[in-house]
Design a protein around this ligand. Structure first.
Ligand SMILES: C[S@@+](CC[C@H](N)C(=O)[O-])C[C@H]1O[C@@H](n2cnc3c(N)ncnc32)[C@H](O)[C@@H]1O
Length: 350
């Protein structure tokens, strides 16, 4: 019997027609979740970027050579980071780039087709939680490509592993556990989603590190990294803002779990298997099974070597992108509606 597609609007009937796991018709819906993740990042970083406000202000200061500094957000999702950056730096031009359309000044395309049109035009390039969606054999190439458009490159992603409350890595849970050792269903489901074995041999932050170290235009001395921990389903003990992070992460991961179900269904995984996984996952996310932490947050940043820095990072083309998409800003007349409402969403935790 032929199985009905879970994605009737997607002519391919597949969750991954262009390499991204969510089909196009579900991506807009997913923007609320991305906006919640944005709040998680803002809470962790105490701002929009891992660099200090002084450093950022200096980077985006208008000068005679670059009167209107430009910022590129690659894989911008809902565009909420672009929007917040544009509010924080109203004189700058912020451009979002993604497979899927979003409202702020925006260019549609895939990073896998190269970023040639952006080379040397941006003061800041931001790339957050996109690398994990790029096929492993293309990740190093993609990081090299990202180092071309601009001055400061910020890469942030999930570390793909889960740890216990003592920050010890948890192996992926098995359907039939072979001992009483702790394990994680989040790790298991993540492996299933990305079709890989456990323990997987790549941890993103090492990939990023190797790619930036091997990149000729990156000033190695400027590389920095921060790793954070997010409690899921509990308050994180001494973690700064742990209680808020724990609640936000719980809501986020429950939403991720709902998305996973759709992706598995589209791949033909039997419904009873999906329900069994979802049951285990749910109790782990809600902190009933054990205390877990997501250790996704890794930040790397590198700048061009001074001698390679383009003389002017701003060109007229950016004006064009900005102007064509400027009407999009009107859709954000009430930006708060895109934001997470913890009081509202918390009701889902009971
Ligand atoms: C998890 S979301 C992150 C969105 C945003 N960076 C944020 O942090 O809120 C991943 C985004 O990457 C985009 N994406 C995935 N593969 C891409 C590609 N090859 N080129 C451009 N964008 C891509 C997806 O469409 C999606 O919007």
């Amino acid at each position: 019997m032929s199985q009905q597609s879970d994605f009737p609007d997607d002519p391919t009937g597949s969750a991954e027609p262009d390499g991204y796991m969510l089909p196009a018709n579900l991506r807009k819906e997913d923007h609320d979740r991305l906006n919640l993740q944005h709040e998680i990042w803002r809470t962790l970083l105490n701002g929009l970027c891992p660099v200090s406000k002084t450093e950022l202000d200096d980077l985006l200061k208008p000068t005679a050579a670059v009167p209107i500094p430009a910022v590129l957000d690659v894989g911008c999702g809902s565009g909420i980071w672009c929007l917040d950056m544009a509010h924080a730096y109203p004189h700058a031009k912020v451009v979002g780039f993604d497979l899927t359309q979003c409202s702020p000044s925006f260019v549609q395309g895939s990073v896998l087709d190269g970023l040639g049109q952006f080379y040397g035009k941006f003061a800041l390039v931001h790339w957050r939680t996109v690398l994990i969606h790029i096929a492993p054999d293309k990740q190093m190439w993609a990081i090299d490509e990202l180092s071309e458009p601009g001055g400061l490159l910020i890469i942030s992603d999930w570390d793909e592993i889960f740890v216990d409350e003592h920050r010890k890595r948890l192996p992926a849970a098995k359907d039939v556990p072979d001992d009483e050792a702790p394990s994680s269903w989040m790790a298991r489901i993540t492996n299933e989603i990305f079709k890989r074995d456990d323990p997987m041999d790549s941890i993103l932050r090492f990939q990023i590190h190797n790619a930036l170290q091997g990149n000729a235009v990156v000033d190695k001395e400027s590389l920095r990294m921060s790793v954070y921990h997010i409690p899921v389903g509990w308050d994180g003990g001494d973690i700064e803002n742990g209680e808020t992070l724990g609640k936000m992460a719980t809501i986020d991961f429950l939403d991720v779990s709902a998305r996973f179900k759709l992706v598995f269904a589209s791949r033909g995984v039997p419904a009873n298997v999906i329900e069994n996984w979802a049951h285990h996952l749910d109790s782990e996310i809600r902190g009933e099974r054990q205390r877990i932490m997501s250790r996704p947050e890794t930040e790397w940043r590198g700048t061009y070597s001074k001698e390679d820095m383009p003389e002017s990072l701003f060109i007229d083309e950016i004006d064009h992108w900005y102007a064509t998409a400027a009407a999009g800003w009107l859709h954000f007349s009430n930006p708060n509606r895109h934001r997470m409402n913890l009081a509202r969403d918390e009701s889902r935790l009971v």
